[in-house]
Design a protein around this ligand. Sequence first.
Ligand code: PLP
Length: 412
Amino acid sequence: MNSRRQFLAANASALLAPMLSSVARANTKNYPYAEFEQRIAKKDFRGMTKETLPTPCMVVDIDLFEKNLKTMADYAKTAPIYLRPHVKVHKSVDIARRQMALGAIGITAATIAESELMSHGGIKGVLWTKQPASTNNLMRAIALTKKDPTFMFVVDDFAVAANVEEAAAAAKVKARVAVSVFAGLTRQGIANGMPALELAQKVASSKNISFEGYMAYSGAASHTKGWEARKKRSQDDLAGVNETVALSKKAGLEVKIVSGGSTGTYNMDHEFGLTELECGSYVFMDSIYRTVGGKTNDAVYTDFDNSLSVITSVDSKHHPGQVTTDYGNKAMAQLTDTVKGMSWLQVDKQGAEYGLLKWKDGGGEIKVGDRVEIFCSNLDMSTNCYDRYYIAKGNDIVDVWPIMGRGGAAQR
Ligand SMILES: Cc1ncc(COP(=O)(O)O)c(C=O)c1O
């Protein structure tokens, strides 16, 4: 390390102090900021509070998070329906392990990278919900099957099924495959009825593939506003799937799983033929998801709480009705985000590293150096931009969990 760097490292807290507001300074003066990363590596969180964190950063309220996990796990047990939670929203082995500990039968993944990450992290029963259409994905799916025979993926295409059989035979493995069927979302899924049955029969008769059942994600239902309307949409979207399942059973196929569902439909889909739920967002809850309305409250979906927020710092204040923050485009700021405890503020964007908070009407005072917590609109997108979750118990940081398997050529 050169001498300038050494000086900066040794004096980091002293150099930073003049920039912090008096409130922030009071809270951080006893914290050895130069040791921040070493302490995290050692899991030594003494004295680390929300005020000491670099911003923008993601913070998880551990009490609300655990409540969300328990609510879903308890519901699944009583429904009853199995739970194979989707990890796309959190990309965290730490969280997946907690979901498994509460009774999940596995996890659902959106990419082969997420599947590898979870399986390598010791999670059994990974279901990848995209078919391995490219050579790279096919090789990786087969390699993962070899390493972890509990891994499962889907196909919705005869040619892909044939490629899977060939690759599995060459690798001397038996791939576990579910047929992805249409459930109202036009992005994937073979048509129900005879097309789906014929693909299932092809899969089931392949020597190196084991037919597991069907994957039917009714994504259009999940964000339908109003609980009754959502229930109707989910039932309608799954009607064809049930016909396919009935046809399959009549044809002598064993249908082990019918996987689908979402946070929005978790408490209805067991009535519509699903055997397991792939809910994901419930762990943190997006601000937009909260507007779909629930069974007991038609305006706000209160079943799960916003357990994750982004902390941003107020960096500048010179113009009436607005302050500048560090929650900008790179931090995935969205106009539909909301501000925790300050409904009178509107989130706005200014640039890559700059965001704005604008006064809608009324409201209190905000000073330079203050910190504000934001509830994100779409956490699938937002978590992909951050490296870690700071886990908070009240104001204290009690743990740090890495966000893994994010973008990057090698991983996708
Ligand atoms: C295949 C699949 N299953 C389930 C879900 C449900 O997720 P959520 O609970 O976040 O609505 C999603 C969401 O994108 C999905 O893509």
